[in-house]
Write a protein that binds this ligand. Structure first.
Ligand SMILES: Nc1ncnc2c1ncn2[C@@H]1O[C@H](COP(=O)(O)OP(=O)(O)OP(=O)(O)O)[C@@H](O)[C@H]1O
Ligand SMILES: [Mg+2]
Length: 621
């Protein structure tokens, strides 16, 4: 589904031309490299001049030395070519060679300068995108297909290479070459020049056909290509499920069909290209024949020297290249516009949750938490539904609150709000209020008025995802507090009781983490993520199903350690195993986003409601 959206998006964008504002914005990224850009342009002008000089030298050598010498030799048979003519021709040949060398050196230097502009700009863009993605709120990732985000950060930027690296110099040198060639031809023999121009209309028509058909074919090709990649990626990440359900044959067949589609479109797109190129070759042959035939007549009529005729043919060879380059550039500009638009679209997406201008950091928190009439829905939640509704509760600093409820009842959503990954549509969340005599919290800090970073620094979160990053186990443990020493990490693990297990990994703390931590068992991953949260030394700890994969005995040990460690900090614990939550100071029982019951283990049992029923089942197991 998402892949089809991508294709629709591609097609829609492929139509848009590079608007001025977009182009200016892209150019702004080249500003730090302006020196290299100017150098690049100057060098490419010089390189073009050197290229244009070549035929001129040939013409000079032929007219000044070769032809008179040949004429003299013809008049006086047996006299041979004069020493002066031989010297002259040798000199001109040397000059020609020297010019070639200079042109070559200039081209190399142009490429260097061009690459430093292009790569520099693309790196900056890539960094900007990476940085921005990190700042985006989770709601963006809920809405946007991961593949599409990666495409933006990766292939979209890569494909700007054509414009950013080569665009300026190619545009300049193609235009100059064309102007030089056409100008020279018109100045030396307008009639012959006009005769050559007879090939232009068919060339223009063919080029237009090529661009329209070529773009269409290429767009279709890309559509199947992205479908192919998506199928491949899905099959790789889901390989276990594929094998478990014995779907290899079907998937292979489906992939094969996609591939047939791809091949067919590839052939079609190649056919367009391979029809166009030989046609251009054919036209250039006709032009050359015209110059030879008609030009020969002009020489005999005395309108043109032999040297000029030779130069004409040489210049003609420089005529078609720039036309094609300009056409290519135009195409690149069109697709580049689409790419740039998507990149800037991403860069312009404001994070939903962001700091107000000049928001001060939160002070060191005591750890009271209050939810007041919180109502919340995700971007994709239907408008008539709420994920959380009318939710109010308070936790005092140092207390443990447990969230209990069926799958999908909103437990993770509550902690996501507490961590300000999202913001509630109704009500508010306050930290560190002052308790009034009735026990309710008053006053307090609204995290929305403070910096996000200062909140996250004081929270320790173990999510259901247990995400580990590539690097060593030690790197992962220091993720929340990179400045922690190894000794601090060891002591946190010792206090938590995970030290022995971590030391017992294949290379201990230095064990490399495979992609997403696939080389660890689910329980080991949980122990690493809990230790990671501990190393960060948070004021508020959130454990979302943090010990669900650990064996009951280890779970109990960790639970006891956490109770000790968090005696004076607030913790929010989510667990399906009721044994892990019964010591909590407050248990909240949720049902479809609403608070059903609240109290301690004993009071809830006495109440005889949902919690008591759950507990009865649990005990029977
Ligand atoms: N990122 C999201 N985008 C849209 N809807 C979501 C998102 N995450 C959760 N939901 C929906 O919100 C509701 C509450 O989900 P939540 O993850 O809070 O449940 P939970 O109580 O943590 O469940 P579990 O015990 O399975 O972890 C569910 O109906 C779920 O489908
Ligand atoms: Mg959950």
């Amino acid at each position: 589904m998402a892949v089809h959206d991508d294709i629709a998006l591609d097609e829609e964008f492929a139509q848009s031309a590079m608007r001025g504002s977009l182009f200016r914005r892209l150019l702004a990224y080249t500003r730090p490299y302006r020196g290299a850009l100017v150098l690049n342009l100057v060098l490419s002008v010089l390189a073009t001049a050197s290229t244009l000089l070549g035929p001129k030298l040939v013409q000079f050598g032929m007219d000044r030395y070769l032809e008179p010498a040949l004429g003299a030799a013809a008049r006086e048979p047996g006299s041979g070519i004069s020493a002066e003519a031989t010297r002259g021709i040798g000199l001109v040949s040397l000059l020609y060679l020297l010019n070639l060398l200079i042109g070559w050196a200039l081209s190399v230097a142009t490429v260097r300068a061009a690459v430093s502009v292009g790569q520099g700009t693309m790196n900056d863009l890539r960094l900007a995108v990476f940085e921005h993605i990190q700042r985006l709120s989770l709601n963006y990732f809920d809405r946007t297909h991961q593949g599409r985000i990666i495409a933006r950060a990766d292939t979209d930027i890569d494909s700007l290479d054509r414009i950013l690296t080569w665009g300026g110099s190619q545009l300049l040198s193609s235009a100059l070459t064309l102007a030089g060639v056409v100008g020279w031809m018109a100045l030396h023999d307008l009639r012959l020049a006009l005769a050559v121009c007879a090939v232009l209309p068919p060339l223009a028509l063919a080029t237009h056909w090529f661009h329209v058909r070529g773009r269409e074919a290429y767009r279709r090709l890309r559509g199947t290509m992205s479908r192919l990649t998506a199928a491949m990626a899905e099959n790789i990440s889901g390989v276990r499920v594929v094998q478990a359900f014995g779907r290899e044959e079907e998937n292979l067949e489906r992939f094969g069909r996609l591939h047939e589609d791809f091949t067919e479109r590839w052939v079609r797109s190649a056919r367009v290209f391979h029809t166009y190129m030989p046609f251009v070759g054919f036209l250039s042959g006709i032009a050359t024949a015209t110059v030879l035939g008609f030009g020969g007549l002009r020489v005999r009529g005395g309108h043109l020297t032999v040297g000029e005729l030779a130069a004409f043919i040489l210049y003609l060879g420089m005529f078609f290249g720039p036309i094609q380059t300009l056409g290519d550039l135009y195409n690149a500009l069109l697709s580049g516009a689409a790419r740039a638009e998507r990149i800037f679209g991403l860069l312009d997406t404001e994070p939903q949750v962001r700091d107000a201008a000049g928001a001060p950091p939160l002070p060191v928190l005591r750890g009271d938490v209050a939810f007041e009439g919180v109502g919340f829905r995700y971007d994709t939640t239907p408008p008539d539904r709420w994920v959380l509704k009318g939710l109010s509760f308070q936790v005092r600093a140092g207390q443990t609150v447990a969230l209990v409820g069926a799958t999908g009842s909103g437990k993770t959503s509550i902690v996501s709000l507490l961590a300000r990954f999202y913001e509630p549509q109704e009500g508010r969340i306050l930290l560190d209020g002052v308790a009034d005599p009735g026990g309710a919290l008053r006053g307090g800090l609204d995290p929305r008025r403070h910096s996000l970073e200062s909140l996250h620094r004081q929270l320790g979160i173990v999510t259901q995802e247990n995400f580990l990053f590539s690097g060593t186990v030690m790197d992962n443990l220091k993720f929340g507090r990179p400045e922690a020493t190894d000794e601090e990490v060891f002591s946190a693990a010792r206090r938590l009781g995970t030290h022995d297990l971590l030391r017992g990994l294949p290379s201990g703390y230095a064990t490399e983490v495979g992609e997403r931590g696939a080389n660890f068992s689910a329980g080991e991953r949980q122990l690493i993520t809990i230790t990671r949260a501990m190393v960060a030394d948070p004021r508020i700890l959130i454990l979302d199903e943090a010990t669900s994969a650990v064996d009951p005995q280890s779970e109990r040990l960790i639970q006891q350690a956490l109770e000790r460690l968090f005696a004076r900090r607030t913790s929010v614990v989510i667990a399906h195993r009721l044994s892990t939550v019964q010591h909590a100071d407050l248990i909240l029982v949720l049902d479809q986003g609403r608070l059903l019951e609240r109290g301690t283990h004993d009071s809830l049992l006495a109440l005889g409601g949902r919690y008591a029923a759950l507990h009865a089942e649990f005990v029977h197991e």
